[in-house]
Design a protein around this ligand. Sequence first.
Ligand code: SAM
Ligand code: SF4
Length: 546
Amino acid sequence: MSTLPIITLPAQASSSDGCEGTSTGSLEVATLNSDDLAAAASGDSASDVVKTQAGTALSPDEQGAPGQRDHNGKLYIETVGCQMNMLDSELVVAALRREGYELTSQPDDADTILFNTCSVREHAEHKIYSALGRLKHARKQRPQQVIGVMGCMAQKDQSLIFDRAPHVDIVVGTGQMAEIPGLIKNARKDRERALAVSLDRKAGTRREVSASFQSYDPLREPEMRPSPYQAFVRIMFGCDKFCTYCVVPMTRGPEQSRLPSEILAEVAHLAGQGVKEVTLLGQTVNSYKCVENGKTWRLSDLLAAMHETPGMLRFKFVTSYPRDMTDDLLMALRDLPKCSHYIHVPLQHGCDDVLSRMKRGYTTAHYREMHQRIKEYLPHSAVSSDFIVGFCGETEESHQKSLEAIREYRFKNSFIFKYSERPGTKAQSLFRDDIPDDVKKRRNQELLELQNEISEEDNAAFIGREVEVLVEGPSKNAIKKADSSLKEQLTGRTRCDRIVVFDGNPRLAGSLAQVVVHDVTPTTLVGSILTREVQHGSSSLLPILV
Ligand code: SAM
Ligand code: SF4
C-alpha cells in the first residue's frame, strides 16, 4: 500500500505581518503538484518533501500530566457539512481523548483548534476562512496553540490554506484523519507546518489513489454523537459518479466499499455501547458492493446481517442514488422490521436537459419508475430529495419542472441548494454560471415554500393516528429551557423518519414509544405519549408512568 506524503513546512514566523490572503514572503511554501505527491506516495520522495513519523499514538504518559504538558489539553473542534464530517469529527475526537485531550466549547480556552470543513458550496468555505481570520491575533499571543484545518477543504485547497491563513499549523485531508494526533504533537514541538493530503484523482493508478484515502473508522466517541443512542457507520468512501457540479469525487476520492466483517463488528461494538439506531453512510450508499470470502455483499445483505445485532432497534441509510435502487434492497426494507421506511434519494432537478448537463446518469422517467417501485414495495414509506436551483442554463421553464416534481413526488422534505460553482468540476469548465444570484434566491424560495406546503399537508394526515417513535431524548426547546422537571419535551422519529415531539420522562430515551399525534407543522408531528409495555405472562398492555 502506498504511504501518504506528509509535507512539513517552516512555521509562520511570529514576526510575520501575517497578511491574510497574501503569500508568506520569505517562507518556503512547497507547491505540491501531482508529481511530488505521486513520487512521495511511491516512496520515491523528492528532496524537498519531508516525511514525518506522523500517526504514532501518544500514550497519556507521553502526553504528560496536565502540569507538565506544553499545552492546556483543551480541544475545540468546529464541524461544517454533512454526516460524513460529523462522523470524521467523532473519530478524531476519540483519538485525541485517548491522548488526554478534553473538549471545550470555547475557542478562547483551547490550545488545540480544529476545523472540519466542507467544500460542497463556496459559502461553507467562506465561513471557515472567516473563522480562521478571527483567530489570527489570538494565535500570536498563544505560541503553544496548534490550529488545524481538516476534511474536504483541506484536500481541495491544500497549501493554499497556508497562503490565506499563515497561522494555520496543519492541513489534513479526508484520508489522513488518523495522522492528526501525531501531526498536532509535531507541530507543537517543532513549530513546523504540515500538509497531509491524498493523491489527486489523476495522480496515480486507481489503486494508488484509493490507498491514499485511508480508512479510519475503528474508533468511536459517544460524546460527539447526536445522541448516545444514535450513531453513524460509514460503509463506503468516496464517489465515482462525477456529477458535473460536485467536488466530492475529488475531496473524498474513489468509491470504495468497506468489508462487511468490519462493518458488522462496528455495529456490534456500537450496540455494546448502548446505541439503538445506526445510520449507514455513503455518498451513493445503495451502490455498496463488496466481495469477502468469495461472497458478494450488497446493501440488502448487510442490512439482513446487521438486523440480527442484539439491542439494535433501527437502521437507516443515506444517501441513495436513483439508478441503484434495486428490488433486493426494497424487499429487504419491506421484510426487515428494524429498517426505517425512509429513503433519501435526491432527484436534484425536474428537467431532463438540466439532469443531463449535471451528468446525473438518469432521466426523470428513470426516477419516476424508481419512485413507483419504492411505493409498490413500501406504500407508507417517506422519500426525500435534494434539489439544486440556478444550475448553469436553467430556464424559467426548467425551474417550473422542479416545482412540478415536488408536486408529483410529494417528498417528505427536500434540501434545496443554490448552485455554487466549484473549482475543478466539469461544470466549471464546460458551462457558465449564468443565473444571477437574485434569481437563484427566488427559485430557492419557491421550491422551499412549495415543499413546506406539501410537507405540512402530508403531516396533517397523521393527526389522530398512533405512531411508533424511537425516542432520542429532550427536544431542542427542552435543552434550551434546561428545565429540571421530571416531565419534559422529548423528541424522536417515526419509522418513516418524521420528527415527533411530545412530553414524557427523559428515561424513555433510547426506547420505542407509541405516540398519538394531535398537531403538526411542516417539519414536526406534535403528540402525546401512549406508551404501553407488555406485562410478562399476560397479553394485556399496561400504561407505564410517563
Ligand atoms: N451523494 C449525494 C447525492 O448524490 O445525492 C449528495 C452529496 S452532496 C455532499 C449533498 C448535496 O449538495 C447534493 O445532493 C447537492 O444537492 C448539493 N450540492 C453538491 N454540489 C453542489 C454545488 N456545487 N452547488 C450547490 N449544491 C451542491
Ligand atoms: Fe457528488 Fe454526484 Fe457523487 Fe453525490 S453522486 S457525491 S452529487 S458526484
